[in-house]
Design a protein around this ligand. Structure first.
Ligand code: ADP
Length: 340
């Protein structure tokens, strides 16, 4: 998955480069900067002293020393002054210049914290959006694995209006068989639905257990009804042609890497995971009936019993096929993200 959102301490991530939200001196500070310096060791500070500081929006690299990452890319985010002080373009420069630096260093993977969203006060939802805008457009022309690291999930969720709408949609679409007790992320202590604890009628042992782990729900009935004349892979390739899309446009929009797409392309019988199948249906912007038909080809359905499925349905019925926004929501609800 070229762009991943993860909840982690960035100092623990094993990738080619991690990005530091530094200050202009580059001589260390609090927050993520302090955590990176203490995990990397004193040598990091020694190298930083030779760099002569850094301007807001720019990026400079050092080695990673005791970190699992090979490099640290230091960038200086803007301080939030209400939004009319060029903050957005300065923040976007941080992401872009860090990505360009990573590319120059030959990095295949890079992890970003949410720059400026701590003591510099940039609103988390706006900061996240700036990150996604720049990274996703960079990934249209470059192959790299990019992580956005969300350290403080509570503030990430609190900052976004969309989650209350999704909460409402989940409430409205509860199926009798819904089994998820943590349905509302906004009201953590919401009472459990009265039917909590009952097994879904259609779910037999294995299907039920699988779905709890992966959201990959397909009842035996539906599997029998799947048309065997056109496979998932064949339908995908046909739809790409019908939409006049290039293959690369489609798999990039689906947040799928080239290798996996090639596998699917060359094997008409390939059975993708549910996350992959949904990602392609999103990239093709299929309306709900076709969307479901495509999932059926891979043996999956969208059920009102599962949060993952309801969230996907919410976005499709809204006509919002932005995979990064969908993944933001899935991340907030602790669901598997779309892509490989
Ligand atoms: P800034 O001064 O740019 O706002 P901060 O370090 O105060 O920098 O915060 C930037 C972001 O980094 C915040 O979203 C904060 O939650 C996050 N953060 C803090 N520590 C870590 C860490 N160890 N790993 C990943 N992210 C972190």
């Amino acid at each position: 998955m070229p762009l991943q959102i993860i909840r982690q301490d960035i100092t623990k991530i094993k990738c080619d480069a991690i990005v530091n939200a530094a200050n202009k001196t580059l001589l260390g500070g609090g927050g993520v900067d302090g955590a990176i310096h203490s995990a990397a060791g004193k040598e990091l500070l020694e190298e930083c002293k030779t760099l002569g500081g850094c301007e807001v929006g720019e990026a400079k690299a050092t080695k990673g020393y005791n970190l699992p990452a090979k490099y640290v890319i230091h960038t200086v985010g803007p301080i939030w002054h209400g939004g009319n002080d060029n903050e957005e373009s300065l923040l976007k420069n941080c992401y872009l210049n860090s990505l360009l630096k990573a590319k120059e260093l030959g990095c295949e993977s890079v992890a970003f914290p949410l720059i400026s969203t701590g003591v510099y006060g940039y609103p988390v939802d706006k900061g996240f959006k700036a990150a996604v805008d720049v990274i996703s457009s960079f990934l249209m022309d470059n192959e790299m694995l990019v992580y956005i690291v969300v350290f403080n999930k509570a503030s990430f969720i609190a900052g976004s209006k969309i989650f209350s709408e999704i909460d409402e949609y989940i409430d409205d679409n509860y199926a009798e068989s819904h089994i998820d007790k943590n349905r509302s992320i906004l009201s953590e202590n919401a009472p459990l639905p009265s039917f909590f604890g009952k097994m879904p009628k259609r779910a037999t042992g294995k299907a039920f257990a699988d779905d709890l782990c992966t959201s990959e729900y397909a009842s035996a009935d539906e599997e029998i009804e799947i048309e065997v004349d056109e496979s998932f892979s064949e339908m995908l390739l046909r739809k790409i042609d019908e939409k006049g899309m290039k293959d690369s446009e489609c798999y990039k929009k689906a947040n799928i890497d080239r290798k996996l797409f090639s596998k699917i392309r060359s094997n008409p019988q390939y059975r993708p995971s549910k996350q992959t199948a949904v990602a392609f249906a999103v990239a093709l912007e299929l309306p709900l009936p076709e969307f479901k038909e495509m999932l059926m080809k891979a043996g999956y359905s969208l059920s009102h019993s599962f949060k993952f499925d309801i969230i996907i349905e919410y976005f499709v019925t809204k006509g919002n096929y932005n995979i990064y926004e969908i993944n933001e929501a899935l991340f907030a609800y602790d669901q598997n993200l779309l892509g490989a």
